[in-house]
Design a protein around this ligand. Structure first.
Ligand SMILES: [Zn+2]
Ligand SMILES: [Zn+2]
Length: 386
C-alpha cells in the first residue's frame, strides 16, 4: 500500500485542477497553462526545463540510477468547443474547453511530482513530461523531434488517460494495440460549375463527391480482412449554395482508423486510388491534403504487465480490467511508444458525459487514485531495478 499520506495535498490538487480548467488553451498556444505548471513545480523545488515543442516542459527527480529512468507523461491542451457544464470553475476562454480531461491528467502528474519529491526514501530517476497539443497536432511527436528523449533518456514511459463509462478509480489496459491510428485527408473535387438546368455543360462535383463517398464505403468491406479492425468515415461533405446552381467544387473530409500499420498503409493508399478513379470517371480533378496522422498506440507487453502488476498490488484485483479490445480513438502517446517501451493506461472517470462532449466533467474523485498510481508505480519500477 502507499506509504505516503496524500491527504494534505488533495485539496490543493483539486484547486489546481479547477484553476487549469478555467484557462483551457488550444494546442501549441498553451502559454498560461505551461506557465502555471512550471510555477507549481518550481514552488515544490523542481528545476523546470521549458520551451520543448514551444509550451512543453519536463521536470526531473534524479535520486537514482539514470539508466533506469522512468518517464511519466501528461497532456495539457484543450479543445475548440464551448463548455456547457455550468460549473463554477468553467472555462474563462470563450470557445475553448478542457473536454478531454487533460487538466485532470496534468493535475495527477503534478501530484505525483509532489509526492515523490516528499518521499526521502524514494531512490530513482523520474522525468515528469508535460506535453502540449495532444489533440490533432501531435505534440508528442514535436517534443521527441525537439530532443525530449535525448535530453531526458527514459528506459520506460507511461501515460494515464481518464475514461468515461468505466467505473471511477478502476484501471484498464492491455498489451499490444490500445488505441487506433488516425489519418485525416481533405479531398477537394474540382468540377465545372454552371446552371442547374444545363447539367450536360458542367462537371457536377456534388455527384462526383457522392460517388466518392459511396466508393469509400467499400474499402473496409472489400480491401481489409474481416479479422482486422478499421474505420473509414466521411465526416464532412460541403458543396454548393443553391438548388439551381451546379458548384465548381466539393470538399470532403475523411478520417481513417486502424490498429495495424499494414492496414493503415492500405487504407491510405486505397483512399487515394479509389477517389482518383471515381473523379476521373467523371472527368473531374481531385486534390488531397493530408494532416499529420497518428500511428496506432501499441503497448509494449512487458510494460503493460508491469503496470497491471503494480495496480493489482496497490489497488487490488478488482481495480484492474485487462481490456479484450483496443479503443477506436487515437492518442499521440503512440509516438512516444514508438521511441521508448511503455504503456498507456486508462483510469475510469465514472458515469460522466463522454470525452469531447460540451458537458464532460473530469471526476475530481480520481485525482488521488492517479497520484497514488504514479507514486507507487515509480517506487515499484525503481526498487525492482535497484
Ligand atoms: Zn481528446
Ligand atoms: Zn485526451
Amino acid at each position: 500500500m502507499k506509504t505516503l499520506d496524500f491527504d494534505p495535498i488533495l485539496t490543493e490538487l483539486v484547486e489546481i485542477r479547477h484553476r487549469l480548467h478555467r484557462i483551457p488553451e488550444i494546442g501549441l498556444s498553451e502559454a498560461k497553462t505551461s506557465a502555471f505548471i512550471s510555477d507549481q513545480l518550481r514552488s515544490w523545488g523542481y528545476k523546470v526545463h521549458g520551451g520543448i515543442a514551444s509550451t512543453g516542459l519536463v521536470a526531473s527527480l534524479q535520486r537514482g540510477n539514470p539508466d533506469n529512468a522512468v518517464g511519466f507523461r501528461a497532456d495539457f491542451d484543450a479543445l475548440p468547443m464551448t463548455e456547457e457544464t455550468g460549473l463554477p470553475y468553467a472555462s474563462e476562454h470563450p470557445g475553448v474547453m478542457h473536454a478531454c480531461g487533460h487538466d485532470g491528467h496534468t493535475t495527477m502528474l503534478l501530484g505525483a511530482a509532489w509526492a515523490l519529491a516528499q518521499d526521502a526514501s524514494f531512490k530513482g530517476t523520474v522525468h515528469f513530461i508535460f506535453q502540449p497539443a495532444e489533440e490533432n497536432l501531435g505534440g508528442a511527436k514535436l517534443m521527441i523531434e525537439d530532443g525530449l528523449f535525448d535530453r531526458f533518456p527514459c528506459k520506460r514511459v507511461f501515460a494515464l488517460h481518464n475514461l468515461p463509462g468505466l467505473e471511477a478509480g478502476i484501471f484498464a489496459t492491455r498489451a499490444g494495440a490500445i488505441a487506433a491510428s488516425i489519418d485525416v485527408v481533405t479531398i477537394t473535387v474540382k468540377g465545372k460549375g454552371g446552371h442547374g438546368a444545363l447539367p450536360e455543360t458542367t462537371i457536377d462535383p456534388v455527384v462526383v463527391g457522392s460517388s466518392i463517398v459511396m466508393a469509400l464505403q467499400t474499402l473496409v468491406a472489400r480491401n481489409i480482412s474481416p479479422h482486422q479492425a478499421a474505420v473509414v468515415t466521411v465526416g464532412s461533405f460541403h458543396a454548393g449554395s443553391a438548388a439551381n446552381i451546379i458548384p465548381e467544387t466539393s470538399v470532403l473530409e475523411v478520417s481513417m482508423r486502424a490498429m495495424d500499420p499494414t492496414v493503415r498503409a492500405e487504407l491510405q493508399k486505397r483512399v487515394e486510388e479509389v477517389t482518383l478513379l471515381q473523379a476521373h470517371s467523371f472527368n473531374a480533378d481531385v486534390t488531397f491534403q493530408w494532416e499529420v496522422g497518428y500511428p496506432a498506440t501499441l503497448n509494449h507487453k512487458t510494460e503493460a504487465e508491469l503496470a497491471s502488476q503494480s495496480i493489482i498490488k496497490h489497488f487490488g484485483e478488482h481495480s484492474f480490467v485487462n481490456l479484450a479490445n483496443p479503443m477506436m480513438f487515437s492518442e499521440d502517446f503512440a509516438f512516444m511508444l514508438e521511441a521508448v517501451p511503455g504503456a498507456y493506461i486508462l483510469l475510469g472517470n465514472g458515469d460522466s458525459s463522454g470525452l469531447h462532449s460540451t458537458t464532460y466533467e473530469f471526476n475530481d474523485e480520481i485525482i488521488g487514485t492517479g497520484v497514488s498510481f504514479f507514486y507507487n508505480f515509480a517506487r515499484d519500477l525503481c526498487s525492482a531495478e535497484g
